[in-house]
Design a protein around this ligand. Structure first.
Ligand code: TMP
Length: 207
């Protein structure tokens, strides 16, 4: 029996954390065993990569370095947690996955499409989430919320234009893939949560 992998995506300040709690609650009340992950991170080595990639280094961080670190962390997480959990029939709820790399490194940083495809193919071998919930927020709104939580890390300091490009990529990818559902995260939180609950209930019923 195979489980399902549901991912929540969005810019900083989109409200991923509370949406993830809502999804986990819905799945648990439907009787599913749930495992939660975050990216980059989720294993000891991947968490070390997370610290490394967020750190404000006193040297230039090349786009390819950032990309490869994200995928190195992802492969560790897939190997040690996601694949084993799915094999046991668990439902895995992920805070970010591959779509983040496509949007941030592919869209925001402008890494070549051909490079993105090659790295993704080597790392994931065609694996993809069953369902992705993309929480759409205007970068200025999201960054303001993120700033309210404290200091911005290296990636968060990338500037508004970077996040505009990242959002554009998210929206374009969501449009071209039926497994990605876009939810307007600028609505009041209760509306976002009820849209998410309805989506998850419907998804679980169909499985
Ligand atoms: P967060 O999950 O706490 O938002 O932090 C993760 C940061 O890393 C966030 O700025 C998005 C960024 N990121 C990428 O740039 N590429 C990726 O592939 C992933 C997973 C995250």
């Amino acid at each position: 029996m195979n489980g399902k992998f549901i991912v929540v995506e969005g810019l900083e300040g989109a409200g991923k954390s509370s949406v993830i709690s809502r999804i986990v609650d819905e799945l648990k009340s439907a009787g599913k065993t749930v495992e939660q992950t975050r990216e980059p991170g989720g294993t000891p080595m991947a968490e070390a990569i997370r610290d490394c990639v967020k750190h404000d280094w006193d040297e230039q961080v090349a786009e390819e370095t950032e990309l490869l670190l994200m995928y190195a962390a992802r492969v560790q997480l897939l190997t040690n947690r996601i694949h084993p959990a799915l094999k046991k029939g668990y439902w895995v709820v992920g805070d970010r996955h591959d779509l983040s790399s496509q949007a941030y490194q592919g869209g925001g940083r402008g890494v070549l499409e051909s490079t993105m495809r090659s790295v993704s193919e080597i790392a994931l071998k065609g694996f993809k989430p069953h369902l992705t919930v993309y929480l759409d927020v205007e970068p200025a709104v999201g960054l303001e919320r993120a700033r309210g939580r404290g200091e911005l890390d290296r990636i968060e300091q990338s500037g508004l234009a970077f996040f505009e490009r990242t959002r554009e990529k998210y929206l374009a990818l969501a449009k071209s893939d039926d497994s990605i559902v876009t939810i307007d995260a600028m609505q009041p939180m209760e509306k976002v949560h009820s849209a998410v609950s309805a989506l998850i209930k419907q998804y679980v019923m169909g499985k």
